[in-house]
Design a protein around this ligand. Sequence first.
Ligand code: NOJ
Length: 558
Amino acid sequence: MKKHWWKESVVYQIYPRSFMDSNGDGVGDLQGIISKLDYLKELGIDVVWLSPVYKSPNDDNGYDISDYQDIMMEFGTMEDWEELLRELHKREIKLIMDLVVNHSSDEHIWFAESRKSKDNPYRDYYIWREGRNGKEPNNWGSNFGGSAWEFDDHTGEYYLHLFSKKQPDLNWDNPELRNEIYSMMTWWLGKGIDGFRMDVVNFISKEEGLPDDEPKPGKKYASGSRYYRNGPRIHEYLKEMNEKALSKYDVMTVGEMPGVTPQLARQYTGESRNELNMVFQFEHVSLDNGPGGKWDLKPLDLRDLKANLTKWQNELDEVGWNSLYFNNHDQPRSVSRFGNDGEYREKSAKMLATLLHMMKGTPYVYQGEEIGMTNVRFSRIEEYRDIETLNFYKEALNGGWTEEKTLESIYAKGRDNARTPMQWDSSDHGGFSHGIPWIKVNPNYKNINVEKALNDPDSVFHYYKKLIELRKKNEIIVYGKYNLILDNHRVVYAYTRTLGNQILLVLCNFYGGNPEVELPADIQEKKFEVLIGNYKDTQVSRIIKLRPYEAQVLLFNS
Ligand code: NOJ
C-alpha cells in the first residue's frame, strides 16, 4: 500500500461562523481563527479543513456561495485569508478548502443571468424544466423539506434545488460550467492550498430524464433519490476534475457522499482510478435513524456500529482509504449521541476518540470535540438558527407531531448542536465574542472550555493530543491491518491492528457497566506496553475487567 502524507495526517474542521469572533459582531471570522492557531499547533493536528468562507448571503451558512473567488464580508477579506494560509503554513499545518459545486447561491451572477431568459448563455448552467400538468417537473424532495423545484415567474419554468431554494443545482452536464469550476479550483490551488473537501459531490450527475422516485411511506416527495446520488456520469466528471485541476498539485481530496456504499467508495477512492483520496460516508451516522429518517429517533445498537465500521475497514483495505469521523457541522455532538454527556462525559469522549483514532483511515476532529463539547437544549425554537431545523419544526407540527416530540428530535439530531460557539473560557459567551453571538453559547461553557482543558493534564484535550502523537510515532496506527474481535459482544467494541510482528489491541467499553473480556489466545503470552487508556491505572491480565466507558490500547511485540 502506498504511503501518502494525507494518510498520516489528522484533520481539524473549523466552522468559521462559530469558532472565534475577533471584532465583536457576534460572528466568527478569519482573524479570530488566526488568533487561535497556536492552540491548534498545540493539539498537534496536521490539516485544517475550513468550512466555506466565500461570499454568501448565508441562507445555509456559507454553503450557498455567490462568488467562489471572494471572501464573505463578515469573515474578513482576501488579505485576511492570505494571512491565514501563511500563518498555517508557518506552523506546518496544511489547509483544505470546502468546495461547494453541486449548487451555487441564487445570488451568484451565473444564476442571475440564467434566470433572465431561456436563451441566456448561462441558462444551461442550471437545471431548468417546464412544469408537469401545472406542477413540479418530478417528485424529488429537497433535503431541507418540500419539493426540490421552485417555479420562477419570470420565464415560467422550474429550477432544481436539492437543498434550499436559494441553492440552485448547477448543471454539470454542461462542459462550459465544468471548465469554469476547474479553473476556479486551479485559481485556489495556485494560491497554495492543500486540497478540497467536496460538498455532496456525489450528487453532481443526475439521471437522464430526471425520473420520479419512490417517496418514503407517508411522504409526498422522494428524498435522497438514487437518480441523483452516484449518478451515471459521476466517475467521468471526477476523473476529468482530477485530470484538469487536481493532478497538477500534491493535494488531498475528500468527497462528502450521502448514500455512498463501500463498493462505490472502492471506485471513488481506488488508488489507480484518479478520482478522490477518500469519502465521507454516512452509513454509521444513520444507524440511529428510524424508518422515517434522521428525526425519527432510534437507539444505536453497538453491534450495528461494529458491523458497519468493520465493513468499511475491510472493503477499502489495500484498495482505497477511509475517512474517520463521528462529528462535523451537520452532526450532533458524539459524546451526547453515542457516549454519556453526564457523569461520564470525559471518559466517554475519550473512549469514542480512541475507537476512531486507532482505526485505519484519516481521522477528522470537529472544533470543540477535542474538549468534549456536548449537545445543547434551547427551550424555544426561536433560539435555533439552522434552516433544516426550522423547516423540520414547521413540517413536523403541521404533520401532527407535538411540540415536545419535535423538540426532542431537534435536541438529539439538530445541526445547531454542533454550531454553538466554541467554548474558549468561562467569560461571557465562552470567550467566543465580545458582542452577542449569532447563536447562543451552550450554557455549560463555564465547566467545559479550552482554558480549563489546557490546565488539566487529564482533560479530553490532552487525551486527543496524545492520540494524535501516537499516530505519528506508530506506523501500525496508520498502516496496520484491521481485524474485529469479540464480534457479537453487546457492550465492548474490540479490534486489533497488525503490522509486521506487532499487534495493536483496542478495547472500548461503550457503556457504564463492568464487562469482562478475555485477551485473544494468540497474544496472551506476548510482551506488551500500554499505549494509552482513559483510566490512570490500566490493568491488564488474561481476563480484563473494564470499567465504565473504559478504553485501552495495548501494543504487543513478538
Ligand atoms: C452538506 C453540508 O455539509 C451541509 O452543511 C450543507 O447544508 C449541504 N451540504 C448543502 O450544501
